[in-house]
Design a binder for this molecule. Structure first.
Ligand SMILES: [Ca+2]
Ligand SMILES: [Ca+2]
Ligand SMILES: [Ca+2]
Length: 468
């Protein structure tokens, strides 16, 4: 067993050496009403492309999806609403995507369209070629349509018996991968809206999960111990479950794994080795001069305000920023809305005084601050309910020593950390939202007394719950 472990470690290490370049990755979602999100409450948030984007960003914050769905659209040119004459089609081409997900064919299967079924493969190849010829050379996924099982418009199983067999031929003609959305939904009436045609939020979530697994190649986040990084600790956890059917570690192949934890899963894990899944913003504060604080994880470079002093030698992790407690702070663009779901924020601090703020959202809430009387770590980010209140710890962070402070929201609990130890925790129904940028080192309205006097270093924000 020991030999096997060292073997897989070496293998994983070698694979992990291949550099991953952080660039924007754009997914164009092409399709009909299932892509558009017909009938969904809060469609922009709950349609499958939006859910897909949130899932992808839990692995890599550079993913972006765009919804080019058109309700009622057909793949067939002779269909009653051909996709290729819609404005959305041209916009999908123009955005030069890195990935294209095509979910068409449901409307084609209706009798007045399916009479042109001889054109189905030629028309599909034309659509594929239009995307394949883009300079961005996107990876193309063809989805099997969702089932007609519950449709009042279908008297027979045309999708299952005719459309899908045709779609399954496409990879022999072109470099595309098929994604089966039919089988996982065939018996799942509860995932459909009352009309039996369109998916509900749970249904679009399942689509998003399946498509995400194909795009990323991984069924679940390989940061198994949720400490923010995929590393040897996660490999050890997988090896400890070697050749079992433990679902948490059966992360490949997409979309559902194969019932065994083996080398295939390890290879997929290795592709994420040393990555920090879900890190959406990371200000190292290692600059030596200038008025910009570079975001090395995302695109939210901060702007220095006032006259704080860069301290290239004085940080907890390399350099740091010294704020004067009078008018110094860092302003950043919008990173995330606390109302949108799980997130975590961590920073190193040294100094400060009671009442001062480490991180706040412009006109929103103080995410991390020292309470006004003792300097205990607290958060004022709270639920929208009448009884919601700040969360106060009994751990002083303004004692002049370095402390790593953190706030984690897992969709139901607020947890405050000092030096990686839980110092306060409670339940909240939700969190108040804000779409504004952040202030590092002052309050939400730059209130008097809220400016931080001391060192702030290594500020990290994740779009998931991380356990230090
Ligand atoms: Ca980990
Ligand atoms: Ca597996
Ligand atoms: Ca630093």
């Amino acid at each position: 067993m020991k030999k096997a472990i060292s073997l897989v470690l070496v293998l994983a290490f070698i694979i992990g050496l291949s550099p991953s370049v952080a660039v924007a990755k754009l997914v164009a979602c092409v399709g009909d009403s299932d892509t558009y999100g017909y009938g969904l409450p809060d469609r922009a948030y709950n349609c499958y492309p939006a859910q897909l984007e949130r899932l992808l960003r839990q692995l890599d914050s550079h993913w972006e999806t765009r919804n080019f769905g058109v309700s009622g659209a057909t793949l067939l040119r002779k269909g009653n609403k051909p996709y290729v004459v819609q404005n959305a089609y041209n916009r999908a081409l123009a955005c030069e995507p890195d990935v294209v997900v095509i979910l068409l064919g449901w409307n084609d299967s209706l009798p007045n369209n399916w009479m042109h079924k001889d054109d189905f493969i030629p028309d599909f190849l034309t659509l594929i070629d239009a995307f394949a010829q883009l300079p961005s050379q996107p990876k193309i996924y063809i989805c099997y349509p969702i089932p007609e099982s519950f449709s009042p418009w279908h008297s027979s199983r045309v999708i299952r018996d005719e459309v899908i067999p045709l779609l399954s031929q496409l990879p022999t003609h072109r470099d595309v991968q098929v994604v089966d959305l039919y089988a996982p939904l065939e018996e799942s009436r509860p995932l459909f809206q009352p009309d039996g045609i369109h998916l509900n939020i749970e249904g679009t979530r399942l689509i998003a999960e399946i498509v995400a697994a194909f795009i990323t190649g991984v069924r679940a986040n390989p940061d198994f111990n949720s400490d923010g990084i995929v590393d040897s600790a996660d490999i050890c956890l997988m090896v400890n479950h070697w050749h079992t059917d433990e679902p948490a570690y059966d992360i490949a192949p997409p979309p559902f794994g194969d019932g065994i934890v083996d080398v295939q899963d390890l290879i997929v894990l290795a592709e994420y080795l040393f990555e920090e899944p879900g890190l959406v913003a990371y200000w190292k504060l290692d600059e030596t001069e200038g008025m910009a604080a570079h975001d090395s994880a995302g695109t939210c470079d901060g702007t220095i305000v006032g006259n704080p002093a860069w301290q290239p030698e004085g940080g907890m992790v390399d350099g740091t920023l010294q704020l004067d407690g009078i008018d110094d702070y860092v302003s950043t663009p919008f990173v995330l809305n606390p109302a949108d779901g799980k997130f975590s924020v961590f920073a190193w601090i040294k100094g400060g005084a009671p009442g001062q703020v480490i991180l706040s959202q412009n006109a929103g809430a103080r995410w991390l601050c020292a309470d006004p009387s003792e300097g205990n770590l607290m958060t004022e980010l709270k639920g929208s309910g009448r009884d919601a209140a700040e969360l106060l710890s009994q751990t002083i962070v303004t004692d002049g020593n370095w402390h790593r402070i953190g706030l984690v929201w897992d969709d139901s609990n607020r947890t405050l950390y000092v030096d990686d130890v839980v110092v306060a925790e409670d339940e909240q129904a939700n969190l108040e939202g804000s779409d504004n940028g952040l202030y590092i080192g002052t309050g939400k309205a730059m209130e008097q007394g809220s400016f931080f006097s001391g060192l702030i270093d290594d500020v990290r924000i994740y779009n998931r719950a991380v356990t230090p």
